[in-house]
Design a binder for this molecule. Sequence first.
Ligand code: CA
Ligand code: CA
Length: 292
Amino acid sequence: MKVHRTSSPFSRLLLAPRHQTGRIRVYFWLVLTSATILASQPLNATLILTYAGSTTAVNSTISDTAVIDFNALTTSGAGAYSNVTWTDPTLGNIGTIDQVYMQYANQYGAANYTVGTSPTGYYPVQSDPPNGVGYSQAIPVTTLTLSTPSAYFGLWWSAGDAHNVLTFYNGNDPIAQYSTTTLPGLLPDSYFGNPQNYRHDSGEPFAFLNFYALQGEQFTKVVLSNNSTATGFESDNWTVRAKAYGYYPGEDPQNLPGVLVGTVPVPEPSTTTALGLSALVIAGALASRRRV
Ligand SMILES: [Ca+2]
Ligand SMILES: [Ca+2]
């Protein structure tokens, strides 16, 4: 489902011609910013978001995770499903999904098939009835309740737009909320178009997103929702891990896999408005620097 991409000062800087001398300074500043964010880990942030450096990645690169691809669970074709149990062959019960609309593979989603073959499989999407994906059966909000407190969540974000929201809870307490408001403008052009399907849907981005918990934080619930009646929140290959990145040998928590987007703030108690402030802060700082 379409939303026209907007150009931000951040994306314009990233996409500036290579010969521009400012580009080097911008990258240097970004590296410094990344290091600063990772080192300082502000107290009002509980998660860090990165996206996969590979434009075709549909899976997480970290180990010891559980992954749900929704394909085998979709027992009666596209439609609304409820009380879906997520079981991992090695790790056992991972959690439950209260309600979700499963869509068949198309240009907007479903990972893990070979380009050149007919798309197969299914993917979840959140959108509003009566005109969303599935029409009257469309599901606007999906809650994943985890059986084990976890410190990592990843997903292949497909047909991306600015209206998708992820809210992370520890018990009943919201610990982080991320809106994709600025994300389409932050991703380079190479992420636009479905890499699994001849790069169709060329006006929307596709990327694997990683949410890493900070400072010993954990979450037990992830809520996916969409705050526009004109778009859908399409994804696939949800991935979780109980242990924080850095737990296993060879993992450096100061060097999280992926390209840094920013920290994800704790939701303001007085508002339910989705926040994507860290990305805005970075974009704003870049714009400010450019004027100097
Ligand atoms: Ca799938
Ligand atoms: Ca979408």
